[in-house]
Write a protein that binds this ligand. Structure first.
Ligand code: ADP
Ligand code: ZN
Ligand code: ZN
Length: 717
């Protein structure tokens, strides 16, 4: 009997074909089955999907339907929960289901013909057939008998850790674990996973980390603990630095249930895990959870959604939670709606020395153009002499540059907004990215007439060299000259470079490590006793309203790198220190940092955000356009903004005028954007969905526009 199947294929983002296509099949196949189908002259991987109505409509138009070309039989069908997750992701982030679904599968799977896959599965002995899957996975009775003695021994938990795990057991969540750096959050994750895997013989857990380079250490820790208990292959990794074959193997193991735990970066949130019962999001505040191309999803937000959808508990952890999550975990009170997340607190650092003393260097009292203040250099020299390590943190992450006057602290504030105007080098203008107000760059400071007006934050490439000169003559305890290393995106481009550099730091071969935010995350440097942060002020007065949040979190994380080894700290005989060079030593951000007081910083930021109607009190989306000229990009944006006035939801949102992006030209392509903002998420969603067809047809009229894309809940505007 021939049937018509709806099959989801990866359709190009702008084709307008979002739904599944119809194919003929000799057998009825369950939804979620992976098939090979012809499309044009190619053969593609597709997924049997819902959508009878479209199929019938297509059949009625008299189109000749083509038969599918194969079925990936050995694989279980993707389950309904996974399909719902894909559907939600596509709808919420304004992409096609086909694009999202197929991008969520391992690339190598898209190339394999059914017989190749079968051979592969046989070889790997991974084949799992139909309904027997669950039974195969359950431990055999013989093994079960031996389970209790083989249980991994975790560390003896502290009272705080035990209390947190009990809450997780008792409540539904989602949970926000607010724990200091070094409070033992990782151990909580491990024991939460262990308790689940022990209680439910088929259950699966997903643990997400923000950075690929943090996975190997963590993977090893989970393996060492779980493999002796659950067998080899119970933990698999999932991230983009793996080979296509490795990624396929991990995906298959997760999909057929053999892998009880997946450890991965943001992409893992869309992995097929039929028995998913727990999702851990480590360092949940990290911007890397946001995908920056294709479907621009937030893996943290999707984790929360997925947890709800599949009945999995969600545990997010951080020493500096995102303001969104913090807000969602605020206690219920008279004025505020009940918090959605359960906040769990672990304030104590694990057997480590206290958090470092924060020292602010007032750069107003330093000679002009000072890079390293004299007092800081003295402190560094002393530490090197004692054989201790130093981290120098450069906060030069692409903040849009704001103009300022070092003499009187005038800044390029927008006269119409609570935002700062951004310096555009190309045409030497100042522009507000909120309201698009534009003015010429002043030749002298409008307040005091100083001609030394300049962009905040400086080019820091020569910093490493400068430091070498300034530390000349200093000696380590062994009489050798100090060794300085630099870690940033440039120095770690080649494969393995970062690992090598980190290994050198761990081995004590490096005395001073200079780097960007890459060095602040997660690494466990034992001998660091001094952390210095330079160029912090740009983030205090950035056009990006999230810049202070990021700066605070970066500084807290960096401070957490110091004094990680209690033994060393005692030996040092010196308290660990975090130095911050700033022109604004009295700024509330630094006051809170000095007290290591994230909650008061967060409350203050949230009050400001609420007053200004910024997220999480409003919802945003960006429409970005790319074209040969700025004019074309902006006229496209203007046209589609005008045409949008009547769309559903439009009356409940603000559509701001087009502005060029901070970095407005990349590789000969001009970029511009429009910000959409609403107090209602529903109105914003309604509007964006209605806007899409209009954008597609407008693009065909504006032939010169190369591309447009929507970014929902953008992290940088
Ligand atoms: P976090 O992830 O919160 O920054 P970690 O999980 O890295 O902290 O823990 C910091 C250190 O404390 C690690 O070396 C870890 O092995 C150790 N640790 C964690 N829990 C315990 C415990 N219950 N007993 C002893 N040491 C612990
Ligand atoms: Zn001035
Ligand atoms: Zn403005």
């Amino acid at each position: 009997m021939t049937v018509i199947l709806s099959v989801l294929v990866p359709t190009p983002a702008h084709s307008g074909v979002g739904g599944p296509l119809s194919y003929l099949s000799e057998e009825a196949l369950p939804k979620g089955t992976l098939v090979r189908v012809p499309l044009g002259h190619r053969e593609l991987l597709g997924i049997v999907w819902d959508g009878e109505t479209e199929a019938h409509a297509q059949a009625k138009t008299g189109l000749i339907l083509r038969p599918i070309s194969g079925v990936l039989h050995p694989l279980l069908a993707l389950n309904p929960a996974w399909k719902s997750l894909i559907r939600f992701t596509a709808r919420y982030y304004q992409r096609s289901e086909g694009e999202v679904a197929l991008a969520a599968l391992p690339p190598y799977l898209r190339e394999l013909r059914p017989e190749q896959l079968t051979r592969r599965l046989k070889r790997k002995a991974l084949a799992v057939h139909g309904k027997t899957a669950a039974a195969d996975l359950a431990p055999s009775p013989g093994i079960a008998k031996h389970l209790p003695p083989a249980l991994p021994k975790g560390l003896a938990l502290t009272t705080e850790q035990e209390a947190v795990l009990q809450e997780i057991d008792l409540q539904k969540g989602p949970f926000l674990l607010f724990g200091s750096t070094g409070s033992g959050k990782t151990e909580v994750y491990m024991q939460a996973v262990q308790r689940l895997l022990q209680a439910q013989p088929t259950a699966q857990a997903l643990v997400m980390v923000p950075e690929i380079n943090l996975t190997p250490q963590l993977e090893q820790r989970f393996r060492e603990r779980f493999e002796p208990w659950l067998g080899a292959g119970c933990v698999v990794a999932m991230h983009s630095a793996m080979t296509p074959a490795q990624r396929l193997n991990s995906w298959l193991a997760a999909h057929n249930g053999q892998a009880r735990m997946v450890l991965g970066t943001r992409m893992a949130v869309l992995a097929s895990m039929p028995h998913l019962r727990l999702i851990v999001v480590d360092e949940e505040h990290d911007p890397s959870y946001k995908q920056q191309e294709g479907a621009r999803y937030s893996a943290r937000d999707l984790a929360v959604y997925r947890g709800q959808l599949e009945g999995a508990k969600v545990l997010m952890g951080s020493a500096t939670p995102s303001l969104e999550s913090w807000h969602h975990s605020r206690a219920a009170s008279q004025e505020k709606p009940a918090g959605r997340y359960v906040r769990l607190h672990m304030p104590s650092r694990m057997g480590l020395s206290a958090l470092p003393l924060v020292r602010r260097v007032d750069m107003n009292r330093q000679p002009r153009r000072t890079v390293f203040a004299g007092v800081l250099l003295d402190a560094m020299r002393e530490r090197i002499g004692l054989g201790q390590q130093i981290l120098v943190l450069l906060n030069r992450r692409g903040y849009a540059p704001v103009l300022h006057c070092p003499s009187c602290h005038w800044k390029s504030q927008c006269p119409h907004c609570s935002a700062f105007q951004v310096f555009h080098k190309l045409d030497r203008t100042l522009r507000c990215h909120h309201c698009s107000h534009t003015s010429a760059v002043p030749r002298a400071c409008p307040e005091c007439g100083d001609t030394d007006v300049r962009a905040m934050g400086r080019g820091t490439e020569q910093l490493e060299e400068l430091l070498a000169t300034q530390l000349e003559g200093v000696r380590r305890p062994d009489g050798a000259a100090p060794r300085i290393a630099r870690i940033d995106a440039d120095s770690t481009r080649t494969k393995g470079a970062l690992e090598n550099q980190l290994a050198q730091v761990h081995a004590g071969e490096v005395d001073v490590l200079v780097g960007t935010q890459m060095i602040a995350k997660g690494h466990d440097f034992r001998r660091v006793s001094l952390v210095a942060a330079l160029d912090t002020d740009g983030a205090l007065f950035s056009s990006d309203f999230r810049a202070p949040e990021r700066l605070f979190s970066l500084l807290m994380q960096a401070a957490g790198r110091a004094g990680r080894d209690a033994q060393w700290s005692e030996q040092f005989g010196h308290a660990c220190e975090m130095w911050v060079q700033t022109h604004y030593p009295q700024h509330p951000l630094f006051e809170a940092l000095k007290r290591h007081d994230y909650p008061s910083f967060a409350e203050k930021q949230l009050q400001e955000r609420e007053q200004a109607g910024m997220p999480p009190f409003s919802f945003q989306a960006l429409l970005r356009a790319e074209a040969r000229t700025q004019d074309v990009a902006q006229s496209f944006l203007k046209a589609v903004s005008l045409a949008a006035a009547e769309l559903p939801g439009a009356d409940r949102l603000s559509l701001y005028p087009p502005v060029p992006l901070g970095i407005q030209r990349v590789a000969q392509v001009e970029r511009a954007q429009v910000l959409v903002e609403s107090a209602s998420r529903t109105a914003l969603q309604q509007f964006l969905t209605a806007w899409q067809p209009l954008l597609r047809s407008a693009r065909t009229q504006h032939r010169a526009v190369l591309r447009w894309a929507i970014d929902v809940d953008p992290l940088v505007i």
